[in-house]
Design a binder for this molecule. Sequence first.
Ligand code: BES
Ligand code: MN
Ligand code: MN
Length: 472
Amino acid sequence: MRAVAVEPVLAQVEREFEHSVDRLVELLRIPSVGTDPAFDADTRRAATWLVERLRAIGFEASLRPTEGQPMVVAHDRSAPAGAPHLLYYGHYDVQPADPLELWQSPPFEPARVEGPHGPRLVARGAVDDKGQLMTWVEALAAWKAVHGALPVRVSVLIEGEEESSSKSLEPFLLANRDELKADVCVISDTGMLGVDQPAITTMLRGIAYFEIELSGPAHDLHSGMFGGAVVNPIHVLCRMLADLHDSQGRIRLPGFYDAVVELPAEQKAQWAAIPFDERAFLAAAGLDRSTGEAGRSILERLWARPTCDVNGIWGGYTGEGSKTVIPARASAKLSFRLVPDQEPAAVAAQLRTFLEARTPEGCRLRITEMGAGTPIRVPTDSPFLAAARRALARVFGKEPALIGCGGSIPVTASIRRHLGMDSLLLGFGLDDDRVHSPNEKFELVCYKRGILAHAAFLAEAASIGGRAPAAR
Ligand code: BES
Ligand code: MN
Ligand code: MN
């Protein structure tokens, strides 16, 4: 066990906090909408900002080109020999800000607003993922400022394509395996149960995303001249989409549930004991009731059951007034959330068979795969998870809950597959943060506790010992 004084680091975080907020505000001002080429220069600027910040802290940091947005890679070698090696992962890209008219302040002009938990920052990327990645960046900075060194070896990987399917990530992991391989990957891109109730995520849903297009007539037709005698692609599409669920909310793709693993009784019991405020969760969405599979708790439906959702649908005339046409085409965006042990490729094959069987003569079906992520479980018996538990308990004065996450972080599965590493998901978001929505926010109390938790975690991780067994 290595002696590392953590108290002065925690005091440094408190002292420095307003500057930590200023730095986050600076990063939030950069509109790094990674998916939109119009923002490419800004997206790159966010990456450069992080490289410079990591260098200022004392990291060897570089901007690494890919086919898409650049990667930020950094290493620190100040830790004692044999210390554990952590790889921190985050993403500097953000979702598009639209619809702009629904923002109370401009999305890239961070606003400090008072809320029930004190001040919060409202901006695109406030919690997903700039505010969260800055929790560990600031914790690393505090350690360096106080001790001139880190108690563990640290590498950093921050990508700019997470919100658009991480196309460059797998090739980059494969090409840089030796450089990126560490003992565990630490990610802050998930949530807690409340400002006072910390959590560690141990299960993440996967995703399989598709765009489908049905075409029929060669061009739009007069619905009086042709209506009643020719196929309408919108009708066919609507019937297909309606067919995806049965009256009980179950997904009707043959074989879809074959790979779904029932939640172990132990985990079911543990989740049943989680202090989850269902009414508040629904109220944050402007709702007063939930839907979904009968006989399952809401947490089970959110974290451990697969879904199928239509994310968008278009075709025909949608402008002002009326226009009597039979459209030539109809389209939809469709995504499935997956749970262990479902595989995105299997779901893609099931969907294709299902939709082809429902495509009538005279219609053509096109399915485009838009991105995929395998669901994962994180081992709950790892020493790093135990270290994180101690760190969170210290900072929040409360034992963290072990929770699931309905969202997807596909990098976790890629890192498992290509680098053989598990992830540790320490998130500081809240359910009402409006992730991907207008008026996204991050509570400053969550930001501060996140920084403190990472600072404490570094000390706890150092006490685990690394890969130099001869030394202990
Ligand atoms: N940080 C989110 C994942 C998340 C969402 C965690 C909600 C906790 C609560 C991540 O940036 C994200 O949005 N992932 C996408 C993945 C997709 C683009 C492949 C998702 O879940 O939709
Ligand atoms: Mn994210
Ligand atoms: Mn996101």
